[in-house]
Design a protein around this ligand. Structure first.
Ligand code: NAI
Ligand code: MG
Length: 493
């Protein structure tokens, strides 16, 4: 279809996309790279590729902005700015959502839902901007002294985000940065840099001062590492793989940066025989297949009570078979391609592993046929008896669901927790006591009962164990962007 051509997007006007530093579009010292659309594998834009020199320029612009006029903005000024940005995002959303679909492959049916999420997030954090407060503390020091705490913005923040949903994941550093009065250097992944570059333009037009939000796409080992190590960056907010998260934490030691790392997962989804099985089957399928399996909290380990195992696994496989895979720009598409050639190859290696281990492939297990050069794969359900199989333990980051039978509540809790990860987890049951017991027993940062993947900016989102630390969202998040100082005042004279 003609209107589905990725080339027809207004942002993809044939001009190279530059870095956004100090309020200006600038060329990268690091050169350029080819930005690819995963629906066809075609090059859609030439994009500036930041390196360590570019990161240094961006950090310096962010520091200058932090110390400049921005530091005089009142909380109310920042709130008004954020509400103006929310309006601007709303106005430009149709193009922004399509750009994200073109760049990383999620269907417009999915990216379209983020219109409301973007509004909610900017508006929620706008309210936080005017709620920053210190405390007056009583003390018993002889004589009369008053003590109070004073909050101040932390400084320059580095945001390092992955490619599986950059339009949304960047909000977790942009919004607390603006609400607190910090400044930001955002480094999107080479696989999907476009929504971050476009959002920075929209924010600048809405009145964000030069240097407050800077965007430098670049490779992880060069630009990413330079940001994580930088001596003038006060905090890193990272989302990505567990292996890279460890490097971020190590790099932070150089200048004692604070860090939040939201990492990988292999989240358990537990279905008891007494659940509403039709609802649970759709919930369990989409817990893993949504965004073509490229979600950190994907419910990729499905534990099913043995008495309903065969019947339930077939229901889930049937949901997978019915999903419409196709062009991300077609409004009827439910599953787009994987985001990159590397991810496509990675998922196929797991298909090969499933075959070589002789696993029972109930549906999928192949690249999706008939869709040309794009990185499409079939939603896949594997029936796995051994909870220690590599497919059950490793994060695949594709639409590959392992269904494992269990015999008792105690057994399933043991299996569910026997992983290094601890991000999400869910339980489906009509027995309310059992549901609460299991939700409490799961070692994870976010647990769902009779639903999966429900989130909201006003609630917290975090991992445990090797899924990382640092709560995003909720009333506490902004505190990570503020320092606290205790002030003593001698009232005796
Ligand atoms: P990655 O964690 O290496 O990349 C995420 C971000 O970190 C990107 O912006 C990248 O440029 C940056 N980065 C990479 N190396 C860095 C370094 N040394 N210092 C600073 N920044 C660095 O993940 P990648 O390689 O894109 O994907 C590999 C696998 O990781 C996926 O197949 C998936 O299993 C997992 N992953 C998990 C995510 C999640 O949200 N749980 C998100 C992305 C990937
Ligand atoms: Mg791309």
């Amino acid at each position: 279809m003609a209107d589905a051509s990725p080339i027809s997007h207004p942002f993809l006007n044939g001009k190279p996309k530059q870095l956004f530093i100090g309020g200006k579009h600038v060329d990268a010292h690091g050169g350029t790279f080819d930005c690819i659309t995963p629906g066809t594998g075609e090059v859609i834009a030439e994009v500036a590729c930041g390196d360590a020199v570019d990161i240094d320029r961006a950090v310096s612009a962010a520091r200058t902005a932090f110390e400049g006029e921005w530091s005089q903005w009142s909380p109310y000024d920042r709130q008004v700015l954020m509400l103006r940005i929310a309006d601007a995002m709303d106005e430009h959303f149709a193009d922004l959502g399509r750009l994200e679909s073109i760049d990383m492959g999620a269907p417009v049916a999915r990216t379209g839902m983020f219109k409301r999420w973007i509004q909610q997030t900017f508006r929620y954090y706008a309210a936080q901007a005017v709620n920053i407060r210190g405390e007056v503390l009583e003390n018993s020091f002889p004589g009369k002294f008053m003590t109070y705490t004073k909050r101040a913005p932390l400084g320059v923040v580095g945001g390092i985000i992955p490619w599986n949903g950059p339009m949304i994941s960047q909000l977790w550093s942009i919004c607390p940065t603006l609400a607190s009065g910090c400044t930001l250097v955002l480094k999107p992944a080479l696989e999907a840099p476009l929504s971050a570059l476009r959002m920075a333009e929209i924010m600048a037009e809405a009145g964000v001062p030069a240097g407050v939000i800077n965007v430098v796409p670049g490779a992880g080992p060069t630009a990413g590492a330079a940001l994580a190590e930088h001596m003038d960056v006060d905090r890193i907010a990272f989302t990505g793989s567990t292996a890279t998260g460890r490097k971020i934490i190590e790099a932070s030691a150089r200048n004692f940066k604070t860090v939040a790392v939201e990492l990988g997962g292999k989240s358990p989804d537990i279905v008891f025989a007494d659940a509403d099985l039709d609802r649970a089957a759709v919930g369990a399928a989409m817990a893993c297949f949504n965004n073509t399996g490229q979600i950190c909290y994907a419910g990729s380990r499905l534990f099913v009570e043995r008495s309903i195992y065969a019947e339930f696994v077939e229901k889930v496989a049937a949901v997978g078979r019915q999903l419409r895979i196709g062009n991300p720009l077609d409004p009827g598409t439910q599953l787009g391609p994987l985001a990159s050639a590397a991810q496509f190859e990675r998922v196929q290696r797991y298909f090969d592993l499933a075959r070589s281990e002789g696993l029972d492939i109930r549906s999928g297990g192949q690249p999706a046929p008939g869709l040309g050069g794009g990185y499409f794969v079939e939603p896949t359900v594997l029936a796995v008896e051994d909870p220690n199989s590599r497919l059950v333990r490793e994060e695949i980051f594709g639409p590959v669901l392992c269904a494992i039978p269990f015999d008792s509540e105690a057994d399933v809790i043991g299996h569910a927790n026997s992983t290094e990860y601890g991000l999400g987890g869910a339980v489906w049951s009509r027995d309310i006591s059992k549901a609460h017991r299991v939700a409490a027993a799961l070692r994870c940062g976010i647990a769902w009962v009779n639903c999966y993947g429900v989130t909201d900016p006003s609630t917290g989102f975090n991992g445990t164990k090797h899924s990382g630390y640092g709560v995003k969202g909720g009333p506490w998040h902004i505190n990570d962007y503020l320092t606290s100082k205790t002030v003593w005042v001698d009232l005796n004279s």
